[in-house]
Structure formats: C-alpha cells, structure tokens
Design a protein around this ligand. Structure first.
Ligand code: P6P
Length: 334
C-alpha cells in the first residue's frame, strides 16, 4: 500500500527548501490547514442551516448565528492569532488591515492576505466555493506592530499562496515557490492527504471561463478573443468549451487540472473588473506560474503589480501560458 503523506508531514519535509527555515512558515501553514477543517465542517452543513438552526438564525443559547463567510473569517483570524506566527491580516471581510498588536504577534515574521470564503453567495445552490490565502514576510521591524504597508507588496515577494476548494471533496492546494501540490481532506480522520503531487497546467487547453453576460461591456479586444474561442478550427481544438461556475476557486482549479483559461476582464462600466488584486489575483497568479502557467491583467504580469490599497481590483486572466499569451496578442492588437 502506497505511503499516505499528510499535509503536515509534507510541509515539514519541505521545510528544508528555505535555508533560514525556523519552522514559523510550517506553523502558519498548519494554522491555515486547521482553520480550513472547521470551515469545511460548517460549509458541509450549510444545506441543513434551517434544520440545524445555523446561518442567520438563533442557536440554542440565543446567539445570532454567523453567516458562513463571517464564520470562516473568524476561524482564520483566530487560528492565525492563536498560532502567533502572523503579525497582520488583510481580509476580504475587513475594511482595514487587522494588526495583531500583542507581544507574540509583534515578533512574528509573516503577514497574511486572505479571502476566507470566496463565492459564498453560491452556497445556497450547493456550488463549490473556496478560501484563498497568501503569505508575505513583513517588511516592518520585527518586535513592533505590523502595518498596512506589510501587505502592499508585489506578488514577487510572496512566500506561499494557496486555496481550498470546498466541493465534492475538500482540497487544499498550495505553493511555497517550489511547485504546486494538492491535498484532499479525509474527513473521517481529519487529515489532508497528498492526492495531487506536482500539479502542472497542460501545455495548452480548450476550455475558457468567463461570464459572457458581460460581453457587450467588454473591451473590443476581449470580444475579438471570445470570437476566436468560438471559431471552428479543430486543428487548434476550437471552438473551445465554455465552462463557468461563477466561483473563481472552482473555475481556476478545474482549468488548471484540465487545461483552460479563466477570464475576469474589466468592462466599460468597471474597467478594473471585479476580482481583488491582493487576496484573489496574486495568490492565484503565484499558483499559476508555479504550475507552469501565466497570469496577467492583460498587459502586466499580475505578480509584478504593486498594490496601492488592500481592496484594489484588477482585470484577471489566468491559464496555460499559450492561452494567456494568445489573449495578450489580441489586447496588444486592439
Ligand atoms: P460574476 C464570486 O462572487 C466571485 O468573487 C468569484 O469567485 C467569481 O469568479 C466571480 O465573483 C463571479 O462574478 O460577475 O461572474 O458573477
């Protein structure tokens, strides 16, 4: 029987990839893994909310139940606070950066940007949703409280990034800059087991994922690219297959495994698009590049964009290098 490798064993085994590894990154990744299991448990009960008295109703103590995305946010904040390896958190759920100003966290080397439950509006339809996380080394003086500038770093400074997809199974996929590996949760024992070692994009693909209801608002270059996707040319696997779940983590995960491009373009109404640069686009871009793919805003490498604010949005294109570069050709031409 093949030896099962747990997430914890894998993280510890790979600790050697960092010359100055002190175990802090190992611990912070484990903290995220623990919080993920609690979120998994609640997400999987979500459909029973009315029956179990969850999600917006009052529980037996008369406490107002948290919406799942607020619940998830609290789980990750509490786990990172308790773990003591994180000095500050930028979360999709919080307007301001959460500075963990206490003697232990002020000595932490890392800060975290997180979307605790992306796509949560899909829960009531039982559609896969996800968590997206990313870890940076703080730039501010260790021993002092961290600050917002610790989170406003280009993605090239990322130490680790990953996502969890709560779908038919719960999978945690992450990179520390040495490839991408996927772990599937065995809920019967509460362990993430290595199930998808060294995930790589296929050389190219024939899936495209975009919300085509926005088509009339897309720039001409994007409209032309979509026309290219629809053309009948079997030699280039076109017309491409359209697949769009409306939950970024699920769309990105499927496309990375099967070969496809994910597009969330800007529109004439919202030129910067919808997705957030810091805690959605950059972690996914790190994953994309580590899986042999590419991620851009149409003209710039996502990882090289320096965010000005923590909730800043960006047009976002991610997929096999050949597919993203074909799209960028259309953008250059128009
Ligand atoms: P639209 C979910 O709300 C989300 O933030 C991403 O997960 C997803 O890719 C996108 O929005 C879907 O947006 O406008 O296509 O419904």
């Amino acid at each position: 029987m093949k030896k099962l490798i747990t997430l914890t064993e894998f993280i510890i085994d790979r600790q050697g990839e960092f010359p100055d590894a002190s175990g802090d990154l190992t611990r912070i990744l484990n903290d995220i893994g623990i919080a993920t299991k609690f979120v998994h448990r609640e997400v999987n009960k979500a459909g029973l909310a009315d029956i179990l008295g969850m999600e917006g109703t009052e529980n037996v103590q008369g406490e107002q139940q948290k919406k799942l995305d607020v619940y998830a946010n609290n789980q990750f904040i509490n786990a990172l606070k308790a773990g003591g390896q994180c000095a500050a958190i930028a979360s999709e759920e919080n307007e301001e950066v959460i500075i963990l100003d206490n003697p232990i966290s002020n000595n932490a080397k890392y800060v975290v940007a997180i979307d605790p439950l992306d796509g949560s509006s899909n829960i009531e339809a039982n559609v896969s949703i996800g968590t997206v996380f990313s870890i940076y080394k703080r730039k501010s003086l260790i021993g002092t409280p961290a600050n917002e500038s610790d989170l406003l770093q280009p993605g090239t400074e990322l130490v680790a990034a990953g996502y969890t997809i709560y779908g038919s199974s719960t999978m945690l996929v992450y990179t520390t800059g040495h490839g991408v590996n996927g772990f599937t949760l065995d809920p019967s024992v509460g362990l993430f087991i290595l199930s998808h070692p060294d995930i790589r994009y296929p050389e190219s693909g024939n899936i495209y994922s975009v919300n085509e209801s926005n088509r009339i608002y897309f720039p001409e270059a994007i409209k032309a690219y979509l026309q290219f996707c629809h053309e009948d040319d079997p030699s280039t696997k076109r017309p491409y297959i359209t697949r769009y779940i409306g939950s970024m983590v699920a769309d990105v995960h499927r496309n990375m495994l099967l070969g496809g491009i994910f597009l969330y373009p800007g529109t004439i109404k919202k030129p910067q698009g919808k997705l957030r640069l810091l805690y959605e686009c950059k972690p996914m871009a790190f994953i994309a590049e580590q899986a042999g793919g590419k991620a851009s805003d149409g003209t710039r490498r996502i990882l090289e964009i320096h965010p000005d604010s923590i909730h800043q949005r960006s047009p976002f294109f991610m997929g096999p290098k050949a597919m993203v570069e074909k799209l960028e050709e259309f953008i250059r031409f128009f």
